[in-house]
Design a protein around this ligand. Structure first.
Ligand code: ZN
Length: 377
């Protein structure tokens, strides 16, 4: 159940209560693609860095190690020892972006696994069955994510099919949740708005899915090649057509600035691989922009990555030491950078929630964005 605690302009401060605990929004979900955060970060670490929701990928877990096996082991929560909320994506995005030789039909998509090349069929029912086997807290509807540059003639029928797929997802999820051996019979379903950068298609689709009384609504198909301004414009026109009393989710976004702007436009949930991916390459986030720890100027720098940061890396180690670990290709260097970046994102969401509660989000946003553009070394 979602409770809208307060609003400041369009920015929402909400609370989603689930069987795996409460999610305070706006929230950043930490991406653990194959049931692990890349960079040797454990679920024990996730508690330490203030993670509220972990996100895993349906497609990846289906092709390796297999959702049926994970169900036999008690579901994803038990398997990875994480007792807080988990969101699983539908697999759609990976099917359309990673796999080769895909063929889309009304029933679903046939594609080849990127691991062993075997032929797999996935439609709305299969995606729901896999996510039910994983037993995630929130399942995402199976959709097609058209390229942001796709023509109007391609996007319109694709979005219409995504709506028909969403209806099938809902029917299948209700059926699965009623079975006696279901891992999580209270699994929630979020629908996904599509429509590339066409305002009218986005709005019409948002209105259609808003009527379906789902547990939440995502805006998908963004951060896939369009400009930040185009993305903000889509949010400006689309989000007002999604229900205020349900959580909203901007999929796969993004940089700290993108998140600040997304919240400003009414988004509750975010996820992105940037903090872990950049951390693995020695790029660390701070309130004064991103730093590359490989830079020679940090060689003798005894300050933490960010002064005042309470993460494990900043409480204990200097920039000079973390830089040395990265240069020596020690796994610890990578891990400390990922931990810091995820802590930074989770903590930023805390600052965002406080600013909305205090009803000064507008000033907070301006200051935060200005600071990001002002390097401090
Ligand atoms: Zn830190």
């Amino acid at each position: 159940m979602y409770e809208l605690i307060t609003k400041d302009g369009r920015a929402k401060r909400g609370r989603l209560t689930t069987v795996h605990g409460v999610i305070e929004t706006p929230v950043f979900m930490n991406v653990g693609t194959v049931a692990a955060i890349k960079g040797a970060v454990s679920t024990v670490d996730l508690h330490e860095i203030g993670t509220q929701v972990e996100l895993s990928n349906t497609y990846h877990l289906h092709v390796r190690t297999g959702d049926k096996l994970i169900k036999r082991l008690g579901g994803l929560h038990k398997f990875m020892n994480w007792d807080r909320p988990i969101l699983t994506d539908s697999g759609g995005f990976q099917v359309f972006s990673l796999s080769s030789l895909r063929k889309i039909k009304e029933e679903g998509v046939t594609f080849r696994s990127h691991i062993d090349g075997r032929k797999i069929f996935m439609g709305p029912e299969e995606s729901m069955q896999i996510q039910s086997n994983l037993g995630s807290t929130i399942a995402m509807a199976f959709d097609e994510c058209p390229n942001s540059k796709a023509s109007r003639d391609y996007v319109r029928p694709s979005v219409e099919r995504t709506t028909r797929w969403l209806k099938r997802c809902k029917v299948e999820m209700d059926r699965l949740n009623s079975l006696p051996d279901t891992v999580n019979p209270k699994q929630m379903l979020f629908g996904i708005n599509q429509g590339a950068i066409y305002d009218d298609i986005r709005i019409q689709h948002a209105q259609e899915i808003a009527e379906m009384d789902l547990d939440g609504y995502a805006v998908g198909g963004l951060a896939v090649g369009e400009t930040a301004e185009e993305m903000y414009h889509v949010l400006d026109v689309t989000v007002p057509h999604l229900p205020d009393n349900k959580p909203t989710y901007l999929m796969g976004v993004g940089t700290p600035a993108n998140i600040i702007e997304g919240v400003y436009r009414g988004i509750d949930f975010f996820d992105c691989v940037y903090p872990s991916r950049n951390g693995r390459h020695g790029h660390v986030y701070t309130h004064h922009g991103k730093k590359n720890l490989f830079n020679a100027k940090y060689e003798l720098d005894t300050r933490p990555i960010e002064e005042g940061c309470q993460c494990e890396a900043c409480r204990n180690y200097s920039r000079a030491y973390v830089r040395h670990l990265l240069k020596a290709k020690e796994m610890l260097g990578m891990r400390l950078c990922v931990m810091h970046n995820l802590y930074f994102y989770n903590h930023m969401m805390e600052e965002i929630r406080e600013a909305i509660e205090a009803h000064h989000y507008e000033e907070f946003r301006k200051q935060f964005l200005a600071d990001l553009e002002t390097p401090d070394d």
